[in-house]
Design a protein around this ligand. Structure first.
Ligand code: NI
Length: 169
Protein backbone atom coordinates (compact mmCIF):
# COMPACT_ATOMS: atom_id res chain seq x y z
CA UNK A 1 0.00 0.00 0.00
CA UNK A 2 1.35 3.39 -0.96
CA UNK A 3 1.21 5.79 1.95
CA UNK A 4 1.09 9.53 1.58
CA UNK A 5 4.32 11.39 2.29
CA UNK A 6 4.03 13.88 5.14
CA UNK A 7 5.40 17.30 4.26
CA UNK A 8 7.07 20.01 6.32
CA UNK A 9 5.86 21.72 8.55
CA UNK A 10 3.86 18.75 9.88
CA UNK A 11 4.93 18.52 13.56
CA UNK A 12 5.41 14.72 13.39
CA UNK A 13 8.56 15.38 11.33
CA UNK A 14 10.20 17.27 14.18
CA UNK A 15 9.29 14.87 16.95
CA UNK A 16 11.52 12.09 18.25
CA UNK A 17 10.22 8.60 17.44
CA UNK A 18 9.32 5.60 19.62
CA UNK A 19 11.41 2.42 19.42
CA UNK A 20 10.00 -0.58 17.54
CA UNK A 21 9.23 -3.36 20.04
CA UNK A 22 7.06 -5.82 18.08
CA UNK A 23 8.75 -7.83 15.33
CA UNK A 24 5.73 -9.39 13.64
CA UNK A 25 3.78 -9.54 10.37
CA UNK A 26 2.42 -6.03 10.87
CA UNK A 27 5.99 -4.74 10.92
CA UNK A 28 6.82 -6.65 7.70
CA UNK A 29 3.73 -5.25 6.04
CA UNK A 30 4.65 -1.76 7.16
CA UNK A 31 8.20 -2.10 5.81
CA UNK A 32 6.77 -3.27 2.45
CA UNK A 33 4.56 -0.17 2.46
CA UNK A 34 7.61 1.98 3.21
CA UNK A 35 9.53 0.68 0.19
CA UNK A 36 6.47 0.96 -2.03
CA UNK A 37 5.80 4.53 -0.88
CA UNK A 38 9.47 5.50 -1.25
CA UNK A 39 9.64 4.18 -4.83
CA UNK A 40 6.34 5.83 -5.72
CA UNK A 41 7.75 9.14 -4.48
CA UNK A 42 11.04 8.52 -6.35
CA UNK A 43 13.15 8.54 -3.21
CA UNK A 44 16.19 6.54 -2.12
CA UNK A 45 15.49 6.82 1.61
CA UNK A 46 12.36 7.10 3.74
CA UNK A 47 11.84 7.30 7.49
CA UNK A 48 8.63 6.16 9.24
CA UNK A 49 7.61 9.66 10.45
CA UNK A 50 7.51 10.68 6.78
CA UNK A 51 4.48 8.43 6.34
CA UNK A 52 2.96 9.64 9.61
CA UNK A 53 4.23 6.82 11.85
CA UNK A 54 6.38 7.99 14.75
CA UNK A 55 8.51 4.82 15.01
CA UNK A 56 12.28 4.33 14.91
CA UNK A 57 12.48 2.72 11.49
CA UNK A 58 13.87 3.70 8.10
CA UNK A 59 14.42 2.12 4.68
CA UNK A 60 17.10 2.96 2.11
CA UNK A 61 17.76 1.77 -1.44
CA UNK A 62 20.47 3.73 -3.22
CA UNK A 63 20.02 1.55 -6.34
CA UNK A 64 16.33 2.56 -6.58
CA UNK A 65 14.92 -0.96 -7.25
CA UNK A 66 17.87 -1.99 -9.45
CA UNK A 67 19.58 -4.32 -6.98
CA UNK A 68 17.45 -6.12 -4.35
CA UNK A 69 20.59 -6.63 -2.22
CA UNK A 70 20.85 -2.84 -1.86
CA UNK A 71 17.60 -2.66 0.10
CA UNK A 72 18.43 -1.66 3.65
CA UNK A 73 16.00 -1.83 6.56
CA UNK A 74 17.14 -0.15 9.76
CA UNK A 75 15.03 -0.76 12.85
CA UNK A 76 15.97 1.12 16.04
CA UNK A 77 19.21 2.32 14.41
CA UNK A 78 21.99 4.22 16.14
CA UNK A 79 25.18 5.68 14.69
CA UNK A 80 28.04 4.16 16.66
CA UNK A 81 30.97 5.63 14.76
CA UNK A 82 31.55 8.78 12.68
CA UNK A 83 34.71 9.58 10.72
CA UNK A 84 35.83 12.36 8.43
CA UNK A 85 33.73 15.04 6.75
CA UNK A 86 31.76 15.49 3.55
CA UNK A 87 29.78 18.48 2.34
CA UNK A 88 27.24 17.59 -0.34
CA UNK A 89 23.77 18.57 -1.51
CA UNK A 90 20.77 16.85 0.05
CA UNK A 91 17.07 16.76 -0.61
CA UNK A 92 14.13 15.23 1.24
CA UNK A 93 10.75 13.85 0.17
CA UNK A 94 9.16 15.90 2.97
CA UNK A 95 10.71 19.09 1.56
CA UNK A 96 10.13 18.77 -2.19
CA UNK A 97 12.30 20.93 -4.46
CA UNK A 98 14.50 22.11 -1.58
CA UNK A 99 18.15 21.19 -1.97
CA UNK A 100 21.03 22.41 0.15
CA UNK A 101 24.55 21.38 1.03
CA UNK A 102 24.87 19.72 4.43
CA UNK A 103 27.99 18.88 6.39
CA UNK A 104 28.07 15.20 7.37
CA UNK A 105 30.56 12.57 8.48
CA UNK A 106 32.28 10.88 5.51
CA UNK A 107 32.00 7.44 7.04
CA UNK A 108 29.62 6.07 9.64
CA UNK A 109 28.91 2.78 11.30
CA UNK A 110 25.32 1.98 12.20
CA UNK A 111 23.92 -0.55 14.63
CA UNK A 112 20.32 -1.61 14.02
CA UNK A 113 17.84 -4.47 14.21
CA UNK A 114 16.47 -6.44 11.27
CA UNK A 115 12.87 -7.60 10.75
CA UNK A 116 13.44 -10.51 13.14
CA UNK A 117 14.84 -8.25 15.84
CA UNK A 118 18.44 -9.39 15.35
CA UNK A 119 21.10 -6.72 15.83
CA UNK A 120 23.62 -6.10 13.04
CA UNK A 121 26.18 -3.48 12.11
CA UNK A 122 26.63 -1.78 8.78
CA UNK A 123 29.22 0.66 7.50
CA UNK A 124 28.60 3.35 4.92
CA UNK A 125 30.75 5.87 3.10
CA UNK A 126 29.93 8.77 0.76
CA UNK A 127 26.26 8.69 -0.35
CA UNK A 128 25.37 5.75 1.90
CA UNK A 129 26.91 7.48 4.91
CA UNK A 130 24.87 10.55 4.05
CA UNK A 131 21.67 8.52 3.70
CA UNK A 132 22.27 6.89 7.09
CA UNK A 133 22.78 10.26 8.77
CA UNK A 134 19.87 11.96 6.99
CA UNK A 135 17.41 9.13 7.74
CA UNK A 136 18.50 8.58 11.34
CA UNK A 137 18.20 12.34 11.86
CA UNK A 138 14.54 11.96 10.81
CA UNK A 139 14.06 9.44 13.63
CA UNK A 140 15.35 12.05 16.07
CA UNK A 141 13.01 14.69 14.63
CA UNK A 142 15.79 16.55 12.83
CA UNK A 143 15.25 17.72 9.26
CA UNK A 144 18.23 18.54 7.04
CA UNK A 145 17.22 22.21 6.96
CA UNK A 146 18.12 22.29 10.68
CA UNK A 147 21.68 21.41 9.72
CA UNK A 148 22.31 24.42 7.46
CA UNK A 149 23.20 27.95 8.53
CA UNK A 150 20.45 30.16 10.02
CA UNK A 151 20.75 32.43 6.99
CA UNK A 152 20.23 29.61 4.50
CA UNK A 153 17.41 28.18 6.60
CA UNK A 154 15.62 31.55 6.60
CA UNK A 155 15.86 31.68 2.82
CA UNK A 156 14.49 28.14 2.55
CA UNK A 157 11.61 28.87 4.95
CA UNK A 158 10.77 32.03 3.01
CA UNK A 159 10.74 30.05 -0.22
CA UNK A 160 8.43 27.43 1.31
CA UNK A 161 6.04 30.13 2.57
CA UNK A 162 5.93 31.60 -0.92
CA UNK A 163 5.12 28.19 -2.41
CA UNK A 164 2.46 27.63 0.28
CA UNK A 165 0.81 30.96 -0.60
CA UNK A 166 0.87 30.07 -4.28
CA UNK A 167 -0.72 26.70 -3.49
CA UNK A 168 2.39 24.89 -4.75
CA UNK A 169 3.29 23.17 -1.48
NI1 NI B 1 14.41 13.19 4.36
Amino acid sequence: MIREIVKFPDPILERSTEPVTEFNDDLRKFVDDMFESMYAAKGIGLAAPQVGVSKRLTVIDLSFKERPEDRIILINPEIILREGKQYEEEGCLSLPEIREKVSRAAKVQVRAQDLDGNWFELEGTELLARAFQHEIDHLDGVLFIRRVSALKRDLILRRIRKMQKAGEW
